[in-house]
Write a protein that binds this ligand. Structure first.
Ligand SMILES: *Cc1c(COP(=O)(O)O)cnc(C)c1O
Length: 402
């Protein structure tokens, strides 16, 4: 019965064009991808925004770290898995955020998904209201669902007037405003200064998920808070280390009491094996690279590629007025085409020209806003972007109406 039940639903997904499958890649994370089938593609889909995932400095740090620490941590942090490498990584991150959160401490977790569960489950109790932007990442949504005692309110994407009314009407003593700093499917940046002002005016806390801002935004790549030059005790930041930082893992940076509480209560921190020390060691090298002059060069190159893309895609948009390019100055540059079928056919047509640009469909994005989620990396060249623009113009011209 279970198998028949699932099989029927899989067939329905097939029929709706919504069945998803992982592809097997036979090369490191880089713009030039070789698939297991042997086919080569130029990829615009990773979140490796600075091109660090196969950077020789980090590969060397990883080998050296493995020699020093071995490959496994052996236990959770509170048992015996917490090494000097983890502690030093947490110190590095605390230093990054000290200008933005006075006295900040940091806690490293296995993934951004786990970090968001940690935050929401440990902080949101029966005295709490969670205010969430409707386009928040799935991990924040899941985290708030795992805090059943808390009150949960959502506001339409970026609708701070609605949020303000909700805050004014709220009668719980603890208020958590929760938002992506850079929205993962649109690339737009939340109005963090206005959100923080609302938090301060209403005695609320601002939980920022900076998965896509870290490394990319800010003069030293420290992320969205550095970009806006903000500082407040009321900020709680989650950042992932598998995107621009090029490795894997995540952290929370916040007031020391918040970090101390997460250590006591966050189940996704407590009941899981600590990330390998070699990974923490490698991440320290990644953070150093991000804030180094080489990091600056990589961010500047990325900005140039984004300018080339946004200017170069205008003729395609003129030709297809039903498509749109949301306002984004980040590495995430979606081309919204509307229907699932159109997005899939476009992605397939680009693939036939040797390009890997994923189609993103509901439920990941709202119905009717299927899109190509195009992401750029400092590892791309201007010639790569030119190739994408050329193929897109060609494909847009020849795509039959859906
Ligand atoms: C990727 C992502 C996460 C999850 O991070 P992982 O380290 O991949 O688990 C959380 N929030 C946002 C906005 C993300 O894009």
């Amino acid at each position: 019965m279970l198998i028949r039940h699932l099989h029927r639903q899989l067939l329905e997904l097939d029929a709706a064009g919504l069945r998803r499958r992982p592809r097997t890649v036979a090369s490191p994370c880089a713009p030039q991808v070789t698939q297991a089938s042997g086919q080569a593609l130029l990829a615009f889909c990773s979140n490796d925004y600075l091109g660090l995932a196969h950077h020789p400095t980090l590969v060397a740090a990883s080998s050296e770290g493995a020699q020093r620490w071995g490959v496994g941590s052996g236990a959770s942090h509170l048992v015996s898995g917490h090494t000097q490498a983890h502690a030093e990584l947490e110190d590095d991150l605390a230093r990054w955020f000290a200008p933005h959160i006075p006295g900040a401490r940091a806690l490293v977790l296995g993934s951004g998904y786990a970090a968001n569960l940690a935050l929401m489950t440990a902080l949101a109790d029966g005295q709490t209201t969670i205010f969430s932007d409707k386009l928040n990442h799935a991990s924040l949504i899941d985290g708030s669902l795992l805090a059943p005692a808390a009150k949960r309110l959502r506001y339409p994407h970026g609708a701070l007037d609605v949020l303000e009314r909700q805050l004014r009407a709220c009668d719980t003593p603890i208020k958590l405003i929760v938002t992506d700093a850079v929205f993962s499917m649109d690339g737009d940046v939340a109005d963090v200064p206005a959100l923080l002002a609302l938090a301060e005016a209403h005695d609320a806390w601002l939980v920022l998920d900076d998965a896509h801002g870290l490394g990319v935004l800010g003069a030293h790549g420290h992320g969205t808070l550095e970009h806006f030059g903000l500082c407040s005790e009321r900020l709680i930041v989650m950042g992932t280390l598998g995107k621009a930082a090029g490795v894997a893992g995540a952290f929370v940076a916040a007031h020391p009491t918040i970090i101390a509480w997460l250590v006591q209560r966050a189940r996704s921190y407590i009941y899981t094996t600590a990330m390998p020390a070699v990974q923490a060691h490698t991440l320290r090298a990644s953070l150093a690279l991000i804030e180094s002059p080489e990091g600056d060069v990589r961010r500047a190159h990325l900005r140039n590629l984004l300018a080339q893309w946004r200017a170069g895609v205008q003729p395609v948009l003129a030709q297809r007025p039903d498509w749109s390019l949301p306002d984004s100055y980040t590495a995430i540059q979606p081309l919204v085409v509307g229907g699932n079928e159109t997005a899939l056919r476009l992605s397939a047509a680009l693939e036939a020209q040797g390009l890997w640009v994923p189609a993103i469909r509901p439920p990941t994005v709202p119905v009717g806003t299927a899109r190509l989620r195009i992401t750029f990396s400092a590892a791309h060249s201007m010639a790569d972007v030119a190739q994408l623009l050329h193929a897109l113009a060609d494909v847009a011209q020849h795509l039959e109406p859906a």
